[in-house]
Design a protein around this ligand. Structure first.
Ligand code: CO
Length: 150
């Protein structure tokens, strides 16, 4: 287990489309453990693989509802809308107002490759949408209507 360096905005790795995870092995589990250590240490609500320089479709989310690992996630349903503040470990010292769905249903695989389905709402849904955007090279600053120093 180790803390990984979080890539900052301006690095091209944050702007690429990630490839699916195909192998659910020890190496993947080690990466997930490192991402857990890193997001806890940085006190983030989530972290996506490209933020640690890995172009694979996986992200972790750490919110009130618990700690979650999403591998090859896809939002299969969304409802409503919410507008609120967001920050990102790859965009230090800033926050912005972003519109997101109020509720999402996400289909994904767990660390063993088993298919899972999860419903989330409020900030949890926001965190999932933010992390999934990272897997397509999208940052919240691309969508924010207002950005401030924080
Ligand atoms: Co982010």
């Amino acid at each position: 287990m180790a803390i990984r360096n979080v890539v900052q905005v301006g690095d091209e790795v944050l702007r690429q489309k990630c490839f699916p995870v195909e192998v659910f092995d020890e190496k993947l589990h080690a990466l997930l453990e490192d991402m857990k250590d890193t997001v806890k240490k940085e006190q983030g609500a989530g972290l996506a693989a490209p933020q640690v320089g890995i172009l694979r479709r996986l992200a972790v989310v750490d919110v009130e509802e618990g700690y979650f690992e999403f591998i090859n996630p896809v939002i299969v349903q969304q409802k409503g809308e919410q507008s609120g503040w967001e920050g990102c470990l790859s965009v230090r010292g800033k926050s912005g107002i972003v519109s997101r769905p109020m509720k999402v249903t996400v289909s994904y695989q767990d660390r063993f490759g088993e298919k899972q389905l999860l419903k989330a709402k409020g900030f949890f849904a926001r965190a999932i949408c933010h992390e999934l955007d990272h897997l397509d090279g999208v940052l919240y600053i691309d969508k924010a209507t207002h950005i401030e120093k924080s």
